[in-house]
Write a protein that binds this ligand. Structure first.
Ligand code: HEC
Length: 149
């Protein structure tokens, strides 16, 4: 009986730990998706002319990016050690071997957004801003983001 309780207890604990790990991965992914929404839905669609230029929507997207990007170091503090189920992108384990270097990729994104946001006034200037910000996002994606499928 005691052995049975220990086995069941271990199984439950294992399942609980697995869920917590998945929650961490989901939280990290949601932060990236929110940034992706500002950049690739709002801004990129306007750059491509798939959506009419809308200054208020741009200002909101920039504001959200300025709120979200600085959260990256803290949200990526815990290592989920697993990927979001069925995700296209995942985190490289290198993040937690070089956390200081990973974190150092964040201020350049914040700086780029702060410097360029005032210049966005039409599709052409939006394209310049998009490319500038995107390059800084990629400086972290190249070393630390895995393409899973
Ligand atoms: C300091 C590193 C870092 C920076 C800076 C960064 N990212 Fe990411 N990003 C990641 C990692 C790691 C992943 C993969 C794990 C994940 O999806 O949570 C990722 C994944 C993503 C994904 C894929 C999400 C999915 O699963 O569909 C999008 C979209 C994304 N980032 C957008 C952005 C945008 C836009 C910026 C710039 C404004 C940015 N990221 C800046 C590290 C970073």
């Amino acid at each position: 009986m005691i052995r049975f309780v220990i086995v069941v207890g271990t199984l439950l604990f294992g399942a609980g730990a697995g869920m917590a790990q998945q929650d961490i991965a989901v939280k990290q992914d949601n932060l990236m998706r929110a940034q992706g929404k500002s950049m690739y839905v709002t801004m990129l669609k306007m750059v491509k002319g798939e959506m009419p230029y809308d200054q208020a929507a741009i200002d909101d997207a920039i504001k959200e990016l300025q709120e979200d990007v600085p959260k990256i170091p803290t949200v990526f503090e815990p290592n989920p050690k697993e990927h979001v189920v069925n995700a296209t992108y995942g985190s490289s384990q290198k993040i937690w071997q070089n956390k200081a270097d990973f974190d150092s990729k964040v201020p350049p994104v914040v700086k780029a957004i702060g410097e360029i946001k005032g210049s966005i006034k039409d599709t052409a200037s939006l394209k310049v801003a998009f490319d500038t910000i995107q390059a800084k996002c990629n400086d972290c994606h190249e070393p630390y983001r895995l393409k899973l499928k």
